[in-house]
Design a protein around this ligand. Structure first.
Ligand code: 8Y4
Length: 278
């Protein structure tokens, strides 16, 4: 039974499901059209998410959407580091997650006060595992087929659930052999990352098989296009559907739910826990 997740010098109670609030710090999300990201605006959104019950803030400076431009390391650092420093100062107890696949960004984020590494590339970049190990960070290993730019072109699997499970088990082994503590590792099937709608739905349907690995499980469905393929609604009208998927995942045993809409999701998550615990 999973109890707590070590996150640097902090720990997260996983006996109850936790909400990871998404903080995108790309200029298209927090600016007046200029090139810079406003620390104030990002802090205000974080305050709202924390007040609503988020215990992890996931700070990302590079969009992983299909066709998004890649960002140079220095530019990603310029976006995320001032925000991590400000968050750490205002919220000494919150878990700060760095959403990046770049070891240099992970390292500077840890120094600035982050304690969780959310890497859609599962720490496969040279030097990434070292940063996680040296800082005793919590790490989320996510499955992705292909690369962000092209991953949705023709996703293909013989058996999506088994193949994603095998990949995650393999990465967990490589990380523990490298010296990362297994207690620090979280797994994530990576909804929408090189997966068609039927493949995403199969992963939700069989989520118990991921829970059965005995590692903490993180899921992210929030506003994703897999939803619009079922309900045919634009991104700002996907919140009820996102909450429905969070509810299903939570009820099946997911431990961390990555969402944009914290206040809209938290009651459903609390009720899932109450019913499971009854
Ligand atoms: C609107 C806004 C529509 C954002 C889609 C999106 C995951 C993740 C992302 C995930 C983990 C996203 C960084 C995609 N998804 N990290 N990151 N798990 N661990 N798209 O599922 O939110 S970015």
């Amino acid at each position: 039974m999973i109890k707590t997740l070590p996150c640097g010098d902090k720990s997260l109670d996983l006996q109850i499901p936790q909400i990871m609030g998404i903080l995108n710090v790309t200029p298209d999300s927090f600016s007046d059209g200029g090139l810079f990201v406003s620390v104030d605006a990002a802090l205000q959104q974080s305050r709202n998410m924390i007040a609503a019950g988020a215990t992890i803030i996931d700070v990302g400076g590079e969009s992983t959407r299909p066709n998004a431009a890649t960002v140079p390391t220095q530019q990603e650092l310029n976006r995320v580091i001032p925000i991590i420093e400000a968050l750490r100062k205002e919220f000494p107890d919150i878990i700060i997650s760095i959403d990046s696949s770049k070891p240099d960004v992970m390292l500077h984020a840890m120094v600035a006060g982050a304690n969780f590494i959310n890497d859609v590339n599962a720490l496969q970049a040279e030097g990434a595992m070292a940063v996680a190990r040296e800082h005793n960070a919590a790490v989320c290993l996510m499955h992705m087929q292909g690369r962000p730019r092209t991953m949705q072109q023709a996703p293909h699997y013989q058996d999506v659930v088994s193949e994603v499970l095998v990949f995650l088990q393999h990465r967990v082994s490589q990380c523990t052999e490298y010296g990362i503590n297994q207690d620090n590792i979280v797994i994530d099937p990576g909804f929408g990352f090189g997966k068609t709608l039927p493949q995403n739905l199969l992963l939700v349907k069989h989520l118990e098989r991921f829970v059965d690995l005995g590692l903490p499980l993180l899921v992210g469905f929030s506003r994703k296009s897999m939803i619009d393929r079922v309900i045919d609604k634009p991104v700002d009208e996907r919140v009820y559907a996102s909450v429905a998927l969070a509810t299903i995942a939570c009820f099946k045993g997911a431990n961390i739910i990555r969402v944009h809409d914290v206040s809209e999701t938290i009651d459903a998550v609390k009720l899932c826990h109450a019913v499971r615990d009854a």
